[in-house]
Structures are given as structure tokens and as C-alpha cells.
Write a protein that binds this ligand. Structure first.
Ligand code: LLP
Length: 414
């Protein structure tokens, strides 16, 4: 079954007021389709849940960095969490205000730090003492003061896929919570650094909020220890947002309840709360549409060959991720148990294995659900496949927000 806002009307899959098959036919496939209304509503859930608590929501640009998506969120008042100069460039081009940008990541380059300081971003989430020293030296040369939060690693198991889990001792992220106070002491000696925040992100796609609560408790204790030692901590960045359901049996965690609980836990600590949700704002608001090219059977397997591939959506190949696959027209009776595969020359190029699904035939269109986050942004030109188009739906209308790449695009710069 598809997830809202994607719903069947008379056996035809719609989003908002638009029949998705109409898009598939006129835009061609593969094509990513996003619902503007869903993105807006999902952002609002975060912003509204904080209510009176001083806060700022920084949309994690990495989840979906299309300029139109950024513009839409900027118009709702969102800030932006970036991890590269390229993402900052996109935010600037989308008219996002620099003072609502936080810069995360373990490997910021000199050029990126300069660029960020020149635009006047809100703050850096710093991941090492060496980075702190670099930021200080650049800020000093530019005659600026850089606001920073140290990203702490609290040793909390996020219980998510190992590739997107970030809060354990062995991970490259953050500074050991036991060692970070010494780094704040060092930061106080730098004349162009204002260490005003603490940040913490333990992983992505968390369906259970218990690890987040555990990390929050540890970080609040740290905040109070730092303050007792004269470090004037003003903001707490709680990292990414909650996970989303990919399988029909998964329930969406309650963002509002989670944030209310966080606000209650932080009440009395006099902190501006910050959060960097990505997946949960855009993930369920998007699908990848694809056309069935062939059916093929062997002695042991049934294959549905589609025109999208791992270069368009790499999540199944990279994280063993599950994406629900549904037909745009429910015209075929019965189901089939099949592997859904793409044209790329790798056995790892599959979207599903032994999946019981609608009995789709060549020429039919399917939607790969919950593909609005970490979909297009992770697409590549592998096998010299042009990257797909992106479409934004609002009400009864839809428009291209990125055209399909051409063969000419494939060789640009060579
Ligand atoms: N803040 C930081 C510091 C992060 O590293 C991330 C995600 C976020 C915020 C946003 O987290 P979210 O709200 O989206 O869970 N490509 C992977 C996901 C990588 C997540 C990386 N960091 C996937 O397709 O599942």
C-alpha cells in the first residue's frame, strides 16, 4: 500500500489532485515526484511542536537539496543544516537567510569555512580541536567571530542501520563526551571563537525515540557542567529528525509528542533548542516513478525489470533499504512474488527481492514509495544513465523542478 499523501482514487494513484500516471506519461520515467503540501505540513509539524520554547528548525539539506524544495521551506521560515560549500551555495541561491544556517560535518575545508564566514552563517557544529583552530585562524583573518557548538559523541546506540548510526565510540563523528570539556576550555582561548552551543546527532532513521532521550539526558548534564565552569552555553542542537515508515507495518513516530517531551525535559535549562530534520520532512512526500520494461522468469525466480536503477535510487543497494512498490493503476488482479530490478549491470541493482507485489506487466508504471529523502541527492550517472527529472505537485498542478539530464549533460566537462 502507498503511504499518504499518495492515495488511490478509483484504483489510480494520486498525489494531491494529480493522477501520477499523467506525470509518468508526460514527464517520462524514471521521475521523482514530490508533494509541496506534504513537505510544508511536515515541516510545520516540527516548527509548531516547539510552541513557546525558543527554537529553530534547520532543514537538513542533504536529504533533498533541490532549489525549489529549499525555496518552499525557506518561505515557511526554515533554517538550513548544511554539510558542504555546495549545499551553502544552494541555500544562498534559494534565498535562504545565511543567519539561519548551521554548518555540520567532520571535514570542512579552508575554502568552505571562509565561504561560510563570509555569508554570516548562524554557527558551525565543530567536530575536532583541529577544526576549531582552523575556524579561529580564518575568522581572525577575516575580522569575524565564529559562533560554534561542539558536536559531542555521547556513546549511545541509535539502533539503526550501521551506515547511518553516528553516536558510538568507534564512529568518526563528534568529540567524546568525556573529552569535550577540555575542548571547550581550549575554545575559550581562541579569540575569534564564541563557543555558545552543544550539538549532538546519534543517527538517522530512528523509529524508537528512547536512544534520543538517553543522549539528551547526557547532553543536558554536560551543558550544566560547562556552565558551572563558566562556558556560556546558549543553544542545544539536537541533530536530525525522527525516522519514517518504509514498510506498511511500521508506524510513524509521533514528532509532536517527541518534541513536546524534549521541551519538557529541557524546561528550566534556558536553552534555545535547535533541530536538523531532513528525512521526515521530505521522505514520505516523494516517490520515484518507473515503468516496467520486461517480465522475465527463471527456474527459481520471477523478475520485474523496471527503467529505474540503483543509480537513480541507491538506498536498497547501499543500506538494504525497503521501499514499498505499488502500481499506478490497480488494474491487474492477483499478485506476483518477484525481484524488482533495474537495467544497471550489477547484481546489486535491485529494488526488492522475493517481494509479493501487484502483478505488474510491461508498460505499467510503478511508484517506489518514500523516496523524497536521500533519493535524487544520491543519484549518479553510473552506466552513463542521465539522472531523472524531478517534479513538484501542488494542488491540481505540477511542474518540473529539474529537467531530465541529456546525453550532452553526461559528457559535460570531459
Ligand atoms: N544532522 C546531521 C549532523 C546529520 O548527519 C544528518 C543525517 C541529519 C541532521 C539529518 O538526519 P535525518 O533527519 O534525515 O534523519 N543516506 C542515508 C541517510 C544519511 C543520513 C546522514 N545524516 C539514507 O538514505 O538513509
Amino acid at each position: 500500500m502507498p503511504f499518504p499523501p499518495f492515495t488511490y482514487r478509483n484504483r489510480n494513484l494520486f498525489v494531491e489532485e494529480v493522477d501520477l500516471e499523467e506525470i509518468a506519461r508526460s514527464a517520462g520515467t524514471p521521475v521523482y515526484v514530490y508533494s509541496a503540501t506534504a513537505i510544508r505540513e511536515r515541516y510545520r509539524r516540527y516548527d509548531d511542536a516547539f510552541d513557546e520554547t525558543p527554537h529553530e528548525v534547520f532543514y537538513a539539506v542533504k536529504a533533498n537539496s533541490n532549489l525549489s524544495v529549499l525555496r518552499l521551506l525557506a518561505s515557511e521560515g526554515a533554517g538550513f543544516d548544511i554539510v558542504s560549500g555546495g549545499e551553502l551555495y544552494r541555500v544562498m541561491r534559494a534565498g535562504g537567510p545565511a543567519e539561519k544556517v548551521v554548518f555540520s560535518g567532520v571535514g570542512k575545508t579552508r575554502e568552505e569555512v571562509e565561504y561560510a564566514l563570509s555569508t554570516g552563517i548562524h554557527s558551525f557544529n565543530c567536530e575536532s580541536e583541529a577544526e576549531l583552530a582552523l575556524i579561529d585562524s580564518i575568522a581572525s583573518r577575516m575580522g569575524k567571530t565564529a559562533r560554534i557548538a561542539m558536536r559531542v559523541n555521547p556513546h549511545v546506540d541509535a539502533q539503526t542501520h550501521p551506515y547511518i548510526s553516528t553516536g558510538l565510540r568507534d564512529h568518526k563523528f563528534g568529540i567524546d563526551i568525556a573529552a569535550v570539556e577540555a575542548v571547550y576550555a581550549r575554545a575559550a582561548q581562541f579569540s575569534h571563537i564564541a563557543a555558545e552551543g552543544v550539538s549532538c546527532h546519534i543517527g538517522s532513521q530512528l523509529l524508537d525515540t528512547a536512544p534520543l532521550k538517553e543522549a539528551l539526558d547526557a547532553v543536558l548534564e554536560l551543558v550544566e557542567r560547562l556552565r558551572a565552569n563558566g562556558v556560556p552555553i546558549r543553544h542545544l542542537d539536537l541533530g536530525g529528525g525522527l525516522g519514517v515508515p518504509y514498510k506498511p507495518e511500521q508506524e510513524e513516530p509521533d514528532v509532536t509528542a517527541h518534541i513536546q517531551a524534549v521541551c519538557e525535559r529541557c524546561a528550566g535549562h534556558d536553552l534555545k533548542l535547535m533541530m536538523e530534520p531532513g528525512r521526515s520532512i521530505v521522505g514520505p512526500a516523494g516517490v520515484l516513478l518507473s515503468r516496467v520494461l520486461y517480465r522475465k522468469s527463471t527456474d527459481t525466480k520471477e523478475f520485474v525489470v523496471v527503467d529505474a536503477a540503483m543509480n537513480d535510487l541507491i538506498r536498497p543497494a547501499l543500506y538494504q533499504a525497503y521501499h514499498e512498490i505499488v502500481p499506478l493503476r490497480q488494474h491487474m488482479p492477483g499478485t506476483v512474488t518477484a525481484d524488482v530490478v533495474g537495467p544497471v549491470c550489477e547484481t546489486g541493482d535491485f529494488f526488492a527481492r522475493d517481494r509479493e507485489m501487484a502483478n505488474v506487466l510491461p508498460g505499467d508504471f510503478v511508484a517506489l514509495c518514500t523516496a523524497g529523502a536521500y533519493g535524487f541527492v544520491q543519484a549518479s550517472n553510473y552506466n552513463s544513465r542521465p539522472r531523472p527529472a524531478e517534479v513538484l505537485v501542488e494542488g491540481a498542478s505540477w511542474k518540473f523542478i529539474r529537467t531530465r539530464e541529456t546525453s550532452e549533460d553526461l559528457i559535460r566537462g570531459e
